[in-house]
Design a protein around this ligand. Sequence first.
Ligand code: GLU
Length: 321
Amino acid sequence: MRIRAALAVTALAATTALTACSGDTSPLASATAMPQQNAVTAAPPAERPPAPACNPRASLRPAGALPTPGDMPAGSYMATIQKRGRLVLGTSQDTLLFSSRNPFTGQIEGFDVDMGRQIAEAIFGDATKIQIKVIGYDKRVSSAADGSVDIVADTMTANCDRWRDVNFSSIYYEAGQKVLVSKTSTAKSIDDLGGKKVCSAAGSTSFENIGKRPTKPIAVAKPAFGDCLVAFQRNEVDGISTDDTILAGMAAQDPYAKVIGQKFTDEPYAIAMSKAHPEFARFVNAVLERNRADGTWKKTYERWLGDFGTAPAPPTAQYDK
Ligand code: GLU
């Protein structure tokens, strides 16, 4: 898919598309229930001690060769998924290029969806045996942790705080936070937006990072980034700050927007899973290993992000468990 073809995925569509098509489940009650008129607030601080230091990139080592598709080891969580007949992927539907609804086909597609399809292929020998559940950003950790989805692939940063609740795969994409402003803005970076309203999704790492900038931009939380784009286009916020990947998709939809400055954070993306099934994390890591080695990762990059230049080398896997 080329970006131009995706322009029809407007911000408005992103917000009105909260009713998923048949076959999808949309547990978006939390997202839609968020009072948007009151959204210019910081979330209350989490009542939790800070996570101990860790290497968030280090995951569980694959255990040998991948089993034959359709013949998952007895007693494994992969066998449970095989028996069920579909892999359940939790993701967004308005993150252009990573997971967004194609207005022509009604299907949710993108880099993150392909990550899920590749795991389904490894389990079933059939990439279509996947059910997509649209989840809010603030439900990514809990949905993976409580098993309401098998995996979350949703521009999700692996960090030490989240590692307490979920297992992450090895890193499949290296992103970083930037900021999007109007083309008429003279700002050169987020630090020129002190006192200005900068939008981000509730439950995202970006939301917290905005508030930590020394010049104190005002962090505005919306249920999803599609809502941020609508707020930006209505002049309700001065900018949007999130991962460069997500901003690239937004800039492609808005000819009056530009992305400014350098990355000011590292956002290594990984697939989140329940801690109850470590063998499944090892399996997913084996799939990612194979896909890095056989060119599948590169093809996936070229398919979704090829407009931004040549594919870099895929992130190197790190393991410590
Ligand atoms: N990578 C981010 C996260 O996992 C999502 C994007 C953002 O923070 O804005 O929370």
